[in-house]
Each structure stands twice: as structure tokens, then as C-alpha cells.
Design a protein around this ligand. Structure first.
Ligand code: ADP
Length: 366
């Protein structure tokens, strides 16, 4: 997710290669597509989702080439992040478990009034672990995970985004059960009025609303059970989200800065072994106001200090000649943390935190 001040450099690199254009609609091409009006895309194969079981799926939309491109660029087979890799956020984890995992595990229970939420929104300051949580959801539920950045949907394939949104949902249904994660959703569905809004972005927004509305309405598997597609979105700017989309993202989960306990856990996750002189409680107390990302940067910087000490005063050639043993991994010491804390400052402002808390009070889910 982007930083609150929206610096360009803070935008996560897109998983879709830059400058890419979607292929033209299959029905206009000779190869690959099955012809005008056809609903059989012909994009069918065996997927090894978790590396254990192989599953056959069939994409049945009109855009098989675009589907293949999306598969290549936004489908993450196994992000490899587990619940335990995410420090703290216990409440968020249990909300996500109930909203996203249980409906996938026991679809027959989540019917009628207990039907799954149409969409789930993770919101909070940048660097608090929203993307990490989304990846953990994907790993924990073992379903296919489509990781899409809105910036990609909105800008990269201008004019084609609407088609891409439709194709994405078709593809997710073909892979069902699956999860679509849309990062930086605000940039796709901001609340700007019609006058300041580009026509194409209005169309993308409408398409997204239609797709989210119908996400679990229609298709069924061969055994008659519903094809479940979960929609998960994240933003650092919840107040920028269009009201119509906000209503559809029915569960809105606040991801705050880490508290004292979470900061201790995060240090332990980042540095499995530390020197006995390290006072983890002290570092955690000293880093109040740091985001998970800031604190990870502290740990990263501290962990480089041993190497810095070893190469100090050496020439480039001497450094290149150093053996692996010479540069061996010394455990991080308290002095390394002190040094790192001088360099890494918290990145989230108090004003941003207050704005999130206010939005949580108005629209958040507890
Ligand atoms: P966001 O999506 O909220 O902007 P990310 O999930 O991308 O933040 O977090 C950026 C990095 O910060 C992560 O890759 C991870 O290294 C670290 N991080 C943030 N929050 C946590 C957390 N709760 N537990 C472990 N690591 C975290």
C-alpha cells in the first residue's frame, strides 16, 4: 500500500510487467479464441495450487488470452506467508478467519443469512501488514490467490481495465475457491465526483461494483456446491473510497500500528537469534509509533552492523578477499539497535493515525 502522502516512490512495484498491454479481445483474433459469442475460452489446465493436489479448471469467459496474461501476472500460487509470520493483529486474524477462511472450508454453513460477506477491506496506515495479512490468508486457506494492484488495473491498461476486471472475476470463478486481493483499492474507486472523473475510470468502477455484487451468486461446481470467490481489498486511504464500493466491502477491518506486544513479536520474527545483551522489551518500548515496516527496517539495519564493523577500514580488494567465516553472522547486539534507531524514524504521522481511528469509528467493523 502507498504511503499516506502518496509519494511516487512508495508505490509498490506492480507485479505486472511495465508497459504491458492486454491482448485484443480473443473474438477479434484468428487464434486462441473460440469465436464471437462463444463462452468457452479454451484456457484449461491442471493447476498445482499447493504443490500437493492437482486441480482441473476451465476458464469459460470470452477473453482467453487476457485470462492467460492475468494468470501469468497476478496469480500467486502460494505466497508462503503464514499467520505466524504476521506479528500481533490477533483480532484482525480472527475476523479474517471468520470472514474469508470459514466460508471456504464450510460453504454449506455459510448460506442464507450467513452468506459470506461480499467483500472485506483492510485499512490502516502504510506498512502495518495489510498486504502481509492478505498473503497469509491466501496461504492459510490454500486457495488460488489473485494479487492485483489497483494502480495496475487503473492505469497500465487504460481503456481495457473494465474488460480486465470482468476477466479477473471470470478467471477467479474458474479457479474457485479463490481469493481476489486488490491492493490500493482507493486508486481504482475513489470518491471523486462525476465531474472530475475520467470516463474510463467511471466504467471500471461500475464494472467492479457489478462484479462484487454478483461474486457468489451464480456459478456452481459439478457437485452442486457454490463456487466461492472471496474479495479482499486494502487501502491506506479508506476515506477516499467511493461510497457505493464501501457498502459492498461489508467487513472493514482496521490494521493499526503494532502495540508493545506486537512489536516484541515482530523483533523476534525478524531476528531469530540476538545477542544476550539485547533488551527486546526496551527496543519495543523505544519504538512506539513505528509501523511494522519501520520496525522491520530497524531490525534490518541493526543486522547489517556486524558486517559494517568488520569491513571498516578495509580496502575494496580486502573486502572482496574476505572469507565467509570472516564475515560470519554475528548475532545482533544492543549497540546495533541503538545505532539503527538513530537512523530509522517512524514514518506514520499522528494526524494520519487519528484520521484512521475516526474512520474506523464511523465505518469500521469490530
Ligand atoms: P501495508 O500493506 O500495510 O502497507 P505491508 O504488509 O506491505 O504493509 O508490510 C510491509 C512490510 O513490513 C512487510 O513485508 C513486513 O516485512 C513488515 N511488517 C509490517 N507489519 C508486520 C507485521 N504485523 N508482522 C510482521 N511483519 C510486518
Amino acid at each position: 500500500c502507498r504511503g499516506s502522502t502518496r509519494p511516487a516512490s512508495a508505490v509498490k512495484p506492480s507485479r505486472v510487467s511495465s508497459g504491458a498491454r492486454p491482448p485484443t479481445n480473443g473474438k477479434n483474433r484468428g487464434g486462441g479464441a473460440s469465436g464471437k459469442g462463444s463462452r468457452t475460452g479454451g484456457c484449461s489446465r491442471s493447476v498445482n495450487g499447493d504443490g500437493k493436489k492437482s486441480k482441473k479448471y476451465e476458464y469459460e469467459g470470452p477473453d482467453p488470452e487476457l485470462a492467460e496474461m492475468l494468470e501469468r501476472d497476478v496469480l500467486e500460487r502460494s505466497p508462503g506467508v503464514r499467520w505466524d509470520d504476521v506479528a500481533g493483529l490477533t483480532q484482525a486474524k480472527s475476523l479474517l478467519e471468520e470472514a474469508l477462511l470459514l466460508p471456504l472450508w464450510m460453504p454449506e454453513y455459510f448460506q442464507g443469512i450467513r452468506r459470506p460477506w461480499k467483500g472485506v477491506l483492510l485499512f490502516g496506515p502504510p506498512g502495518t501488514g495489510k498486504t502481509l495479512l492478505a498473503k497469509a490468508v491466501a496461504t492459510e486457506c490454500g486457495t488460488t490467490f489473485f494479487n492485483v494492484s489497483s494502480a495496475t488495473l487503473a492505469s497500465k491498461w487504460r481503456g481495457e481495465s473494465e474488460r480486465m476486471v470482468r476477466c479477473l472475476f471470470d478467471l477467479a470463478r474458474a479457479h474457485a475457491p479463490s481469493t481476489i486481493f486488490i491492493d490500493e483499492i482507493d486508486s481504482l474507486c475513489n470518491a471523486r465526483g462525476a465531474s472530475g472523473e475520467h470516463e474510463s475510470s467511471r466504467r471500471v468502477k461500475s464494472e467492479l461494483l457489478v462484479q462484487v455484487d454478483g461474486v457468489n451468486n451464480s456459478s456452481t461446481n459439478e457437485d452442486g456446491t457454490r463456487k466461492i470467490v472471496m474479495v479482499l481489498a486494502a487501502t491506506n486511504f479508506p476515506w477516499d473510497i467511493d461510497e457505493a464500493l464501501r457498502r459492498r466491502l461489508e467487513k472493514r477491518i482496521y490494521i493499526p500500528l503494532p502495540n508493545l506486544e506486537s512489536r516484541k513479536e515482530l523483533i523476534r520474527i525478524n531476528l531469530r537469534t540476538v545477542s544476550p545483551d539485547v533488551n527486546i522489551d526496551g527496543v519495543a518500548k523505544r519504538t512506539e509509533g513505528y509501523s511494522g515496516d519501520d520496525l522491520t527496517n530497524v531490525c534490518r539495519d541493526a543486522s547489517l552492523n556486524g558486517m559494517r564493523r568488520k569491513i571498516a577500514g578495509k580496502t575494496r580488494d580486502e573486502i572482496k578477499m574476505m572469507s565467509k567465516d570472516e564475515i560470519s553472522n554475528d548475532p545482533v547486539a544492543m549497540c546495533d539497535f541503538r545505532e539503527a534507531l538513530k537512523k530509522v524514524q517512524p514514518s506514520v504521522s499522528q494526524a494520519d493515525i487519528e484520521r484512521h481511528q475516526k474512520w474506523f469509528a464511523a465505518f469500521g467493523s469490530a
